[in-house]
Design a protein around this ligand. Structure first.
Ligand code: NAG
Ligand code: NAG
Ligand code: NAG
Ligand code: NAG
Ligand code: NAG
Ligand code: NAG
Length: 822
């Protein structure tokens, strides 16, 4: 017995202490009227994710009460109660009192902040406050689980958590909206705010003060018109509810396995990120505004902004600049006017596709109408109706949105754009779109081409303008693009003379050759190592256009893009000068029996993630929204630390012809990496890059080229092989056999699964790069992959012989180009 007591007493003491600790310190999520939370104490939600307590942001004595993520190392405050009225010492306390008021008291029990208490709500004799698992701090009656007297989700600060309902209560006139902090060290209300604006038809807008800064667009039944399509992201949901009494928007990740926030930064940037356990940091996967086309109304009324052209602003097809002179000065605010005036009774409607719908503040709508034909009839009858669009594009589509007044803030969307039908004078050439008559969706491909491009006439006009402006400026050789008046002062791109380059590369000596058109390392006189890319002579661009183009590209800076140092153009020679990458291109490593051993799994996974981030930047975060169109292993360069850098990312843009078209006559790409819709129909989109990315992922995992991959027992290519293993639930067999150490099989399978999602046959099924980055970085459930496109070698040859195209292929790995005969 004595023995037992000797050992048991300390043991019992520890248990007792633990019990006390759990009762009185960290483990509670509730405040009652009898227990206040003092500075230094915290509430923790029952799932352990959120924590509420006191904190300071800088060395100033200001103390705030707020909610943050409990167990991550980067302090992330999702809500601040007393953002405008900080405590000035550490003697504050948070209390809840009857009839249901939450208050922050200072040292002398003076109220520094209190929750709003509306008389209309039922009063509680015994209120409690609780921090819920969602991060919502609520006040309710202890005995009533259904009704909240108050909740922090009604008063968000700069962070939108899943479950917060943005919008308006029309009965009380109270709006729930997001507002930025003043600065990183000051959570008080800053300049920027983000609202559901219900004027006209609800649209999401970002304001600076009271002015629109950026408009995501009106709700279309699936998403905001200008928002990326997240329908392929299985864990992300967005929704809008509209009733007579309220309009409410929610967004967020379903399920709480991943920490995810949307926040409005003090500089007006909206950022969506998820927590990445592996890197112990927040990964941003969307940020807005993404480019200058996101500036509200940049191109004025009836202007259309296209980030893929320079300058970005053009008039809508069949409109002309109101004041060509101001357009010449890159001031587009006057916008454009119709060439032929309207005359109500006889007008017709023309369809403009793949755009973000214009500002919806001056709209009316009709939810009952089922077809576009009915919408057109209604709009035609009302002389003030200048355009209409489908109100709800979900399912078969329904309802009408009618525009009145000027059409402002239209931008061309790289994907997920919408159709707008604009009233035009009968004398204006061009058919009334077939869609108007039958309400169907016939001839989709054709209309994309016609309508997503701004008019050829305007393009020609703009080109002439360019030549004119450059002609005038050549004397002092400054480069001032029409791209945007605000970007004019940015750095110039150095011009290298041909002799400099010849000297650096030893007259392009063969010993320095780096694959197709590439030379390096070259050595500049200042000792910098460079790589030189000779561009094909087929380019019909003038030097100034090239220079402008290259300048835009050079401004894109990302850890996973190769840096452009300058360019050289003389006579027929056009060259780009890059930083030199000591580990050359990925294909030289990956497909080499010896060197591939240097790429262990962790390096390969890091390379996959790096390429994904670089591509996401090109698609979405850069100002230019570039579609690469020729992503392949030989275009991925590796620096000394094996960090992947995408190269040639501006070339498609410079040399691929008219980028405003969603369909091109000149197909540029590489066999084995081209998506079916691009190779066959010349249709490209961000989703064709996603396809090429998927091919790359499978190549990196397996160490095999897609093209030329052959196994004795089937005639599938690498995609087909990977798909077959995936269906047999033996994806692991795809992994490069030269990797024999122990590694994270979950990661390998995830990479293969994501790769297969990217190469699915239908572009609509493929995830966007933001989803890809998310799915690679987080342990979320992935959707079942469908059959890939081009999964046998035979597929390709059949497709080519049946099309009227005339491909010229000189080498497996070389970029091929041909002209579509359509
Ligand atoms: C935080 O802790 C909870 C409970 O222990 C756990 O379920 C959750 O995964 C943790 N989250 C992070 C980001 O570590
Ligand atoms: C909060 O204040 C304390 C003491 O003044 C200081 O040591 C700490 O660094 C401050 N926290 C932050 C995030 O600045
Ligand atoms: C503040 O209120 C608490 C609780 O009612 C009380 O114990 C304390 O003495 C008060 N402090 C002052 C300075 O009045
Ligand atoms: C506490 O708050 C009250 C009311 O806001 C104020 O009058 C008082 O000066 C504050 N006391 C201290 C010590 O800050
Ligand atoms: C849009 O249409 C879908 C399918 O018909 C319907 O479920 C949804 O409620 C509609 N949304 C709105 C906002 O009208
Ligand atoms: C809305 O359009 C009508 C019809 O053209 C116009 O008279 C009115 O000024 C516009 N209102 C606003 C707020 O733009």
């Amino acid at each position: 017995m004595d023995e037992f007591h000797k050992h048991s007493s300390p043991f019992l003491l520890v248990v007792y202490l633990l019990l006390i600790r759990s009762l009185f310190s960290t483990a509670t999520d509730t405040i009652t009227t009898s227990a206040r939370i003092r500075d230094g104490e915290t509430l923790v939600s029952s799932n352990g994710v959120f924590e509420l307590g006191f904190f300071n942001l800088t060395n100033s004595p200001n103390r705030y009460v707020g909610i943050w993520y409990s167990n991550i190392t980067v302090p992330t405050y999702v809500w601040v109660a007393n953002r405008e009225s900080p405590l000035t010492d550490r003697n504050g306390a948070l209390t809840v009192t009857a009839p249901g008021v939450l208050a922050i008291l200072n040292r002398t029990n003076g109220t520094v902040w209190s929750s709003a208490f509306t008389e209309a709500t039922t009063q509680s004799p015994n209120p409690i406050a609780r921090l819920l698992d969602s991060g919502n701090l609520i006040v309710k009656d202890a005995g009533d689980d259904d009704n909240f007297l108050w909740q922090s989700f009604d008063y968000p600060c700069d962070t939108l958590l899943a479950g917060i309902r943005l919008g308006w209560n029309y009965v009380t006139g109270v709006e729930t909206y997001i507002s930025s902090w003043k600065s990183d060290g000051d959570p008080s209300k800053g300049e920027y705010s983000s609202h559901v604006d219900p004027t006209g038809y609800p649209q999401m807008v970002l304001k600076k003060g009271s002015a629109f800064q950026y408009r995501i667009g009106p709700w279309n039944g699936l998403r905001w018109s200008g928002a990326p399509d997240t329908s392929n992201d299985p864990t992300y949901s967005v929704s809008l509810q509209m009733t007579r009494d309220e309009v409410r928007y929610t967004e967020g990740r379903v399920g709480d396995s991943v920490l995810s926030i949307s926040r409005l930064n003090p500089n007006g940037e909206g950022v969506r990120s998820t927590w990445n356990d592996r890197t112990n940091s927040w990964t941003t996967y969307t940020n807005v505004p993404a480019d200058n086309c996101d500036s509200y109304g940049l191109c004025g009324p009836h202007g259309s902004c296209n980030a893929g052209t320079s300058p970005s602003c053009g008039c809508l097809d069949r409109f002309v600049a109101r004041d060509p002179e101001s357009w010449g000065r890159a001031d587009w605010s006057d916008g454009c006017v119709r060439r032929i005036a309207l005359s109500c009774g006889t007008d017709k409607f023309l369809k403009y596709s793949a755009i973000k719908l214009p500002d919806a503040r001056n709209t009316t709508y009709n939810v009952e109408r089922r077809s576009l034909a009915e919408c057109q009839l209604d709009c035609a009858r009302d002389c003030s109706c200048v355009a209409y669009a489908q109100l709800n594009i979900s399912g078969a589509g329904s309802g009408c949105l009618f525009y009145h007044g000027d059409l402002i803030d239209i931008r061309v969307m790289a994907s997920a754009g919408q159709d707008l039908y604009i009233r035009m004078a009968a004398a204006e050439p061009g058919d009334v779109s077939s869609t108007n008559r039958n309400g169907g969706n016939r001839g989709r491909k054709r209309t994309i081409v016609i309508a997503s491009a701004t008019s050829v006439a305007v393009m020609v006009f703009m080109c002439l303008l360019f030549v004119y402006v450059y002609g005038r400026r050549r004397k002092n050789d400054t480069i001032v693009g029409l791209f945007s008046a605000t970007h004019v002062k940015e750095a110039e791109l150095p011009f290298f003379s041909l002799p400099t380059i010849l000297k650096a590369t030893d007259n392009f000596s063969n010993k320095n050759k780096l694959g197709e058109g590439g030379f390096g390392p070259g050595l500049l006189e200042d000792g910098q190592e460079i790589a030189v890319k000779r561009l094909s002579k087929t380019s019909r661009q003038g030097v100034n256009e090239l220079r402008n183009e290259v300048m835009l590209i050079a401004k894109l800076q990302h850890r996973n893009l190769v840096r452009t140092l300058g360019f050289c153009a003389q006579g027929e020679e056009h060259m780009l000068i890059y930083e030199y990458m000591p580990n050359h291109s990925l294909d030289l490593m990956l497909f080499d029996q010896e060197k591939s051993r240097l790429l262990d799994w962790q390096k390969r996974f890091d390379i996959i993630n790096g390429i994904a981030k670089g591509l996401l930047y090109l698609h979405q975060d850069s100002r230019l929204r570039i579609i690469h169109r020729d992503l392949k292993a030989s275009n991925i360069l590796l620096d000394a630390d094996m960090i992947p850098k995408i190269s040639d990312f501006g070339l498609a843009r410079s040399f691929g012809g008219n980028q405003t078209e969603a369909q091109t006559r000149r197909v540029v790409g590489t066999y084995g990496y081209m998506s079916p819709e691009y190779a066959i129909d010349g249709l490209f989109s961000v989703k064709s890059d996603v396809f090429s990315f998927g091919v790359l992922v499978l190549e990196i995992v397996s160490g095999n080229r897609n093209r030329g991959f052959l196994l004795k027992d089937h005639n599938l290519n690498l995609l087909g092989h990977a798909w077959r293993l995936y269906m047999e639930d033996s994806s692991r067999k795809l992994l490069d056999p030269c990797l024999d150490e122990a590694f994270n099989w979950g990661q390998v399978e995830r990479a293969i699964h994501v790769g297969l999602l990217c190469v699915q046959n239908s572009p609509d099924d493929r995830p966007s790069m933001s989803s890809v980055v998310f799915m690679l970085g987080n342990e979320v459930a992935l959707p079942q992959a469908k059959q890939p496109g081009f999964f046998t070698e035979r597929d390709i040859s059949i497709d080519h012989s049946s099309s009227s195209s005339n491909p010229t292929v000189t080498h497996n790995e070389i970029t091929i180009t041909w002209t579509q005969g359509r």
